[in-house]
Design a protein around this ligand. Structure first.
Ligand code: RIB
Length: 308
């Protein structure tokens, strides 16, 4: 069983000819509304990848709440621990350019009031707790501590930033997933020194029993645990919108690890899901199902290299 403790948003998306620079206005056609939030996106991705998933988080008592939850409901995610609080549902304003790159501004709303107490009685030995960083820092740290006490494994996604507060949590988790810039920030905070090399960042985040994954977008990823390091090349897909690709990766990786797949297979399935998630607009609309993940994962090569 996977428990996702994280953010739930409604995404307001505008496709633009290019992303605006500070102080600039760029005009696009009609906006689109999508369910989003890194927590909710990862919960949906894990459920679509075949896992049993519970979401713990909050929406407001406002007009956006139902739309933010509709995909999770349809995918059979257990929403009994999603609280409806006075206040506003989290909102993300997203611009997407013609190359599929995005720029995201978030208003946390009630995500800022999610409490780790809500995890009481929800974490079991052998389960997997999935965390990202769109909630306040304190409940995330407390969630890691609670999981440790319960014997629940923890997958922590550094997004949206790998600051020093996060570095303090890395030791307590079983899997850490960061993109290139988050991994560089984290490795620096962990005392690894400044280097532009993703393999070295990954090595600094990994441990004898801790899997570190540094995602590199179209260049794939590097992962390390103990003395083993893996490189995975991303498959080529037609990129429409990269929003939520990292979340699809995390959700599918979590689903594979939760069902007991080995690291190589879990990395291949995560990579497949992340790539497929780039092929449509919206963070959740493109989240792939088990069959499409499995089909693409077959074509992905995971290369074991010696860790330096
Ligand atoms: O990772 C993508 C997500 O980031 C979007 O769905 C948006 O809600 C922001 O949280």
């Amino acid at each position: 069983m996977i428990t996702v403790f994280g953010s739930i948003n409604l995404d307001l998306v505008v496709v633009l000819p290019r992303l605006p620079a500070p102080g600039e206005t760029v005009v696009g056609p009609d906006h689109q509304l999508f369910a989003g939030g890194k927590g909710a996106n990862q919960a949906l991705a894990a459920a679509r990848a075949g896992a049993r998933v519970r979401m713990v988080g909050a929406v407001g008592r406002d007009v956006h709440a139902a739309a933010a939850l509709v995909n999770l409901e349809r995918a059979g995610v257990d929403l009994s621990d999603v609280r409806h609080l006075d206040g506003t549902t989290g909102i993300a304003m997203i611009g997407v350019d013609e190359a599929g790159e995005n720029l995201i501004m978030c208003a946390s709303g009630v995500n800022a009031r999610v409490s780790a107490d809500w995890l009481e009685g929800r974490l079991a030995r052998g389960d997997l707790l999935v965390l990202q960083r769109e909630l306040s820092p304190e409940p995330i740290a407390e969630a890691v501590a609670r999981a440790r006490l319960c014997g629940t494994r923890v997958l922590l996604n550094a997004a949206p930033s790998g600051d020093a507060a996060l570095a303090r949590l890395v030791e307590g988790v079983d899997v850490i997933v960061a993109n290139a810039s988050e991994a560089a920030e984290l490795a620096l905070a962990l005392g690894a020194g400044e280097t532009p090399v993703a393999d070295l960042h990954c090595a600094a985040l990994s441990g004898p029993d801790r899997l570190a994954v540094v995602t590199l977008g179209a260049r794939g990823l590097v992962a390390q645990m103990g003395g083993k390091r893996w490189h995975v090349a991303a498959p080529e897909v037609e990129v429409v919108d990269t929003t939520g690709a990292g979340d699809a990766f995390v959700g599918a990786l979590a689903a594979a690890l939760d069902r007991g797949a080995d690291v190589e297979r879990a990395l291949a399935e995560g990579t497949a899901a992340g790539a497929l998630a780039c092929t449509a607009t919206g963070a959740q609309s493109s989240s792939p199902d088990t069959a499409s993940i499995a089909a693409l994962a077959e074509r992905i090569t995971v290369t074991l290299v010696t860790a330096g």
